[in-house]
Design a protein around this ligand. Structure first.
Ligand code: GCO
Ligand code: MN
Ligand code: MN
Length: 389
């Protein structure tokens, strides 16, 4: 039987160099896998069927590389892209690994660090654009505090805004075709990170000089760490025209930052997410910002990468079944049926409508007496996902 879950270019599946390249270091243990070169990772991603590869500046070019080394690395990387047909849809800056950023980058208290962060980001933007990136991600992992004695949170926001404004102007000045995507996270590695959720990032974007150039890069794990409903965050970003990118992985609420394989933890939430992205026609990358378990050997890393994509495709098929399932659709039309008389009372404001509403009679007890078959509906979804319908 032909396997219909084989990734295609049109699926727009991407991985960062740091994801399948993760060597399994954690706060308690040394690396367990050998480092792969960027060229090796490109070939690995091509082998498993990915469409694109993303990188931080220093995933590709080490922070202390000479200009000659940089040129050689970029040339080899481009050659690997040519050989495999992989594209680079997104790039980003590492503003968290080097000790210089121990107090943050754009929000660091030391002005020299803030200036260095801008310089490093401009250079990383140049590199990303050179390799074809159209989206530039800002994940402010170190932009935060352990103690609020250290930084004024209002001042931190002002610094953050000044940096993003500077960089949007840089992109315009260079004539680059590049959009920014802010990636919120509540904590880790800082005790508390500024712009902790998608909602905070969306509000912040409206205060920028070029809000049209800036959207968000929501990540499953990050909203889940905050105990929030990821689908709702994605939906709000989408509705605001700000879903420029997405980081897919999985996470248990209340645990450390796990970065599990997409769908590894909560299949039902993953299903509603895929159903949403496919349903609205989200056209951006499906980026898996996840890594294999520390127990994985190189073969198991490939299984991890294939698993992310395969689960996405299976859930996409489940969404099609959901749309075709007559029992589910029957319940949905029952739930969504609208009372014409009541609907006429709703909509935009007019004085007549306000008067009609003031005069309307509502049978409050009848309203409270009406149930909804959500148990039935949810059980049908569960059975669909369990493969028995
Ligand atoms: C994390 C983040 C990062 C970012 C990456 C790209 O929790 O470490 O998700 O993986 O996505 O730095 O900006
Ligand atoms: Mn993350
Ligand atoms: Mn991420």
């Amino acid at each position: 039987m032909p396997d219909s879950y084989v990734p295609q270019k049109s699926d727009k599946f991407t991985f960062g160099l740091w994801t399948v390249g993760n060597i399994g270091r954690d706060p308690f243990g040394e690396p367990v896998r050998g480092a792969l070169s960027p060229v090796q990772i490109v070939h690995l991603l091509a082998e498993v069927g990915a469409w694109g590869v993303n990188f931080h500046d220093n995933d590709l070019v080490p922070i202390d590389a000479t200009p000659a080394e940089r040129d050689r690395i970029v040339r080899d990387f481009k050659q690997a892209l040519d050989e495999t047909g992989l594209v680079v849809p997104m790039a980003t800056t590492n503003l968290f690994t080097d000790p210089a950023f121990r107090d943050g980058a754009f929000t660091a208290n030391d002005a020299r660090v803030r200036a260095y962060a801008l310089q490093k980001t401009m250079r990383a933007i140049d590199l990303g654009v050179e390799l074809g990136a159209k989206v530039y991600v800002f994940w402010g992992g170190r932009e935060g505090v352990e103690t609020d004695a250290a930084k004024d949170p209002v001042e931190a926001l002002k610094r953050y805004r000044e940096a993003i404004n500077f960089l949007t102007d840089y992109v315009r000045d260079q004539g680059y075709d590049l959009k920014f995507a802010l990636e919120p996270k509540p904590n880790e590695p800082r005790g508390d990170i500024y712009l902790a959720t998608v909602g905070s990032a969306l509000a912040f974007i409206q205060t920028l000089d070029h809000p049209e150039m800036v959207g968000v890069n929501p990540e499953v794990a990050h909203e889940t760490m905050a105990g929030l409903n990821f689908l709702h965050a994605v939906a709000q970003a989408w509705e605001a025209g700000k879903l420029f990118h997405i980081d897919l992985n999985d996470q248990v609420i209340g645990r450390y930052d796990q970065d599990f394989r997409f769908g590894a933890q909560d299949l039902k939430r993953a299903f509603f997410l895929v159903q949403f992205l496919e349903g609205v026609g989200y056209a951006g990358s499906r980026h898996f910002d996840a890594h294999a378990y520390r127990t994985a050997d190189p073969d198991d890393v490939k299984a991890f990468a294939r698993g992310c994509m395969r689960t996405y495709l299976i859930l996409k098929e489940k969404a099609q079944r959901f749309a075709q399932d007559s029992e589910i659709q029957g319940l949905l039309s029952q739930i969504r049926a609208q009372d014409a008389e009541a609907s006429a009372l709703l909509g935009g404001y007019s004085r007549e409508r306000a008067q009609a509403l003031q005069a309307a009679a509502f049978d409050r007890q009848a309203l409270g007496g009406r149930g909804q078959p959500y148990e039935q509906l949810d059980q049908l979804v569960v059975e669909l996902l369990l493969g028995v319908r």
